[in-house]
Write a protein that binds this ligand. Structure first.
Ligand code: NAD
Ligand code: UD1
Length: 339
């Protein structure tokens, strides 16, 4: 079975490719490498001893997408490609809407034309916006989203719902990720942010290895267990497995139009808890200081993980210690990422 993976060379895409190849799927990758390196796909091939058919293509290039569908019989698409930096999206919103929203519309139009209507989409817990926790899939979305990035995810979800209303052949799974961290246990693939990382885990691991001086812990006066923000961290390999389960449900025709699922562990860790788990896993001290709150941060959110368990049979298996151990292995083996 041929699966087109957009954004395959990225952090979550590459881990999902491993899972797909290890489970007998054939992978066709589409990526413009704007935020990744083709080396990640070579590493995926090394890990799995299987090959990937690779296309360097931008989702804003409709003819490029068509060519891939003409040259291959695609059974389903897992769509990761998109820009994801929250702060950057506030500075260049048009670029985000064009890349993420128009790119997805282009992809779907080609899929419809070619008769391929099974899609798994990377959404985000950010679509919930508010602070009523845990987040349940039935919550109203799009109300208090704090960035253009988050709004692209909300808009794409709405567009995909419209697609399913217009044509009942569409089977779409919207996967709302919580906070993916960790790396493949081989230490060969992992998160490779460009420049100074915005997200907590890559920042911590770069401090631990001595690349960055110290971590700023944003806020120590939240109403949480220790005053720092609480998030629902999910190991990227668990997350990758969630995509396979969603895909299987689409293939079995069990999916009714559009379905949405939280992919999270269903429990939260504070920033200080993550730091101490990382120190334990790495044996290193993570220098840190308290800093003012970061604009747009919510004090605490985590998933209600029941729906994914009931319909996809998905449950996380890998805990915070393993997330930190695997991140550290990747960081030590690849201090400069894929460079
Ligand atoms: P990533 O940046 O590592 O991967 C995205 C990939 O898409 C990159 O390889 C990039 O080169 C490619 N890409 C971007 N725009 C493209 C375009 N127009 N055409 C072709 N390729 C393009 O990001 P990731 O962390 O792997 O995230 C994957 C998806 O999951 C994204 O859509 C992201 O918004 C979403 N998501 C990520 C997180 C997270 O914490 N990492 C959380 C929630 C949702
Ligand atoms: C952010 C985005 C979210 C996106 C996700 C993954 C916001 C409001 N949300 O989630 O939309 O899907 O990244 O890309 O930006 N922290 C520090 N110091 C740091 C970095 C982070 O203390 O240097 C804290 C943050 O305040 C937060 C926690 O660590 O409480 C996790 O931060 P981060 O990894 O950036 O993820 P989110 O903010 O949850």
């Amino acid at each position: 079975m041929n699966i087109l993976v957009t954004g395959a060379a990225g952090y979550i895409g590459s881990h999902t490719c491993v899972e797909l190849l290890n489970n007998g799927y054939d992978v066709i990758s589409l990526d413009n490498y704007s935020n990744s390196s083709p080396k990640s796909l070579e590493r995926v091939e090394e890990i799995t001893s299987k090959s990937i058919k690779k296309y360097e293509c931008d989702l804003r290039d409709v003819e490029g997408i068509e060519k891939i569908f003409e040259e291959n019989k695609i059974d389903a698409v897992i769509h990761f490609a998109g820009l994801k930096a929250v702060g950057e999206s506030c500075k260049i919103p048009f670029t985000y809407y064009e890349n993420n929203v128009s790119g997805t519309v282009n992809l779907c139009q080609v899929m419809a034309k070619m008769g391929c209507k099974k899609l798994v989409f990377s959404s985000s817990a950010t679509v919930y916006g508010g602070n009523d926790i845990p987040y349940v899939e039935t919550f109203k979305t799009g109300v208090e989203i704090s960035s253009p990035y988050g709004r692209t995810k909300f808009m794409i979800e709405e567009i995909l719902k419209d697609a399913a209303v217009s044509d009942n052949e569409w089977k779409i799974s919207l996967l709302r990720y919580f906070n993916p961290i960790g790396a493949h246990p081989s230490g060969k693939i992992g998160e490779d942010p460009r420049g100074i990382p915005n997200n907590l885990m890559p920042y911590i691991s770069q401090v631990a290895i001595g690349k960055l001086k110290e971590l700023s812990v944003f806020g120590d006066d939240y109403e949480t267990k220790d005053g720092t923000c609480v998030r629902d961290y999910i190991h990227v390999c668990d997350l990758a497995r969630g995509h396979l389960l969603a895909l299987e449900r689409l293939q079995k025709d069990e999916c009714e139009g559009v379905e949405m699922y939280n992919l999270g562990a269903g429990k939260g860790y504070s920033v200080l808890e993550v730091i101490s788990a990382f120190e334990k896993a790495s044996g290193k001290t993570v220098n840190r200081k308290f800093a003012p709150r970061r604009e747009g941060d919510l004090p605490e959110f985590y998933a209600d993980a029941k729906k994914a368990k009931e319909y996809l049979g998905f449950e996380t298996e890998l805990g915070i210690d393993k997330m930190c151990e695997d991140t550290w292995r990747w960081q030590q083996n690849n201090p400069k990422g894929y460079e």
